[in-house]
Design a protein around this ligand. Structure first.
Ligand SMILES: Cc1cc2nc3c(=O)[nH]c(=O)nc-3n(C[C@H](O)[C@H](O)[C@H](O)COP(=O)(O)OP(=O)(O)OC[C@H]3O[C@@H](n4cnc5c(N)ncnc54)[C@H](O)[C@@H]3O)c2cc1C
Length: 385
């Protein structure tokens, strides 16, 4: 069914699972359920699989290594290199759907979930309601751009856009661009802009943790995976030591190391920056770091330390929210940041049969975790009626 069709209710049997979203998480979960012999309907609002990746900036490469980023049941081809490019990942996801015989219903937006009378779920969509015994929400951790609401932002005469709307750097050549944020998108876009001849200033509220993408050929992701098993009291000291060993001190340039990087990650859900050149760019002064952006007055951007900058354009790499409130906010299944309280095969007593895959931040690489969660859902549901 596609957009524009008359809405009609579809009643699936209780043994049926509706999966929402055909990104990596929805594809991997659907494939795991099919392998477990379950009937699945995969609903996707866009007109293709992997739509979120298709919309991202041209120069984007995975910062997790290829061999730890594939989904269960299909390796990412070696020919795609160590750090897979956006378009190659899209090719991989399309092949993944094909190889697993997945036929998502495209152009169907899920607008809400309700517990059905008796058992199971009513899935409300813009193409009519569905009922199913179980629902897997795989709509993405980085779902809704957190757009800046700085007072006066509407008075800025130049272009202001969220990183989700940034594609490529040529329009910024020769301009002074303020990139706001301290995540991987902010630093990668800053480097992209530098390469195109822009002058770049990075506005940072909380100095991020930074690690090298790999050290002597070992990807930092391997360290992230090991960290999951480290005893809780060691996580902060270990992460701090990793930073000290691998990244020079950038305090003078405005990016001091934090003493509790792991706690910071847990509290903010922001993964460390995997250095692909930002450390050199900041150290050499090619990227200037300034304080947090607090307000805008015409061409002037005011910073938390009282300073000002007058850029030609602003790119707000200010992150994303899960956007789950309208879908499931009324069910009591989200924490204060809008992140599900359970993941993968787990469900809550107040919402039996409602699962979430891929909707959390992970140091060990989200694609890898998505594969693990999808497998767990497949295993758990294989043994249930
Ligand atoms: C810039 C960036 C770089 C990243 N790089 C890496 C990396 O290198 N390595 C790594 O492991 N992870 C990375 N991640 C994290 C994560 O792996 C990706 O975001 C990945 O795409 C997550 O897959 P997903 O299926 O959970 O979500 P998404 O890819 O966002 O897919 C969600 C799907 O759900 C659909 N959808 C949403 N709402 C609805 C609705 N209401 N109804 C129907 N369909 C809906 C969307 O259209 C989309 O197709 C990165 C994330 C970002 C933002």
């Amino acid at each position: 069914m596609g957009q524009g069709d008359e809405p009609r209710p579809v009643r699936h049997p209780l043994s049926h699972t509706v999966v929402v979203g055909a990104g990596p998480a929805g594809l991997a979960t659907s494939a795991a359920l099919v392998r477990a012999g379950r009937a699945v309907t995969l609903l996707e609002r866009a007109d293709r699989v992997g739509a979120a990746w298709a919309a991202r900036y041209d120069s984007l490469h995975l910062h997790t290594v290829r061999w730890l980023s594939g989904l269960p049941g299909l390796r990412i081809p070696r020919a795609y290199g160590r750090w897979v490019a956006r378009d190659d990942l899209l090719r991989y996801l399309a092949t993944y759907a094909e190889v697993h015989g997945l036929r998502p219903e495209l152009g169907v937006t899920v607008t809400g979930l309700e517990a059905a009378d008796g058992e199971g779920w009513v899935v409300r969509t813009d193409a009519g309601d569905r009922t199913a015994g179980r629902v897997v929400v795989a709509t993405g951790y980085s779902h809704t751009p957190r757009r800046p609401d700085w007072p006066g932002v509407e008075t800025f005469p130049g272009d202001v856009r969220h990183s989700a709307d940034y594609r490529e750097p040529t329009p910024y050549a020769g301009k002074h661009v303020l990139v706001v944020g301290a995540g991987n998108s902010a630093t990668e876009i800053a480097l992209d802009l530098l390469g195109a001849g822009a002058r770049v200033t990075l506005s940072v509220r909380t100095p991020p943790n930074i690690v090298r993408r790999d050290t002597y050929g070992i990807p930092s992701q391997v360290f992230g995976i090991a960290m999951k098993r480290a005893p809780a009291p060691l996580k902060d000291p270990l992460a701090a030591a990793m930073r000290r060993i691998s990244v020079p001190d950038l305090s003078a340039q405005g990016l001091p190391a934090t003493t509790n990087p792991y706690t910071q990650f847990r509290e903010t859900g922001t993964v460390p920056i995997l250095d692909t050149g930002i450390v050199d760019a900041v150290r050499s002064g090619r990227v200037a770091v300034v304080a947090a952006t607090v307000s805008v007055a015409g061409a002037r951007v005011h910073l938390a330390d009282g300073g000002t900058v007058e850029p030609d354009a602003v790119i707000a790499a200010t992150g994303f929210t899960t956007g789950l409130e309208p879908l499931v906010g009324h069910l009591g299944v989200l924490d204060r940041r809008g992140v599900p309280r359970v993941h993968g095969a787990d469900d809550l007593a107040i919402a039996r049969g409602l699962h979430f895959v891929g909707i959390r931040a992970e140091l060990s690489g989200l694609l890898r975790e998505i594969g693990l969660e999808a497998r767990a859902v497949g295993r758990a549901l294989a043994s249930r009626p």
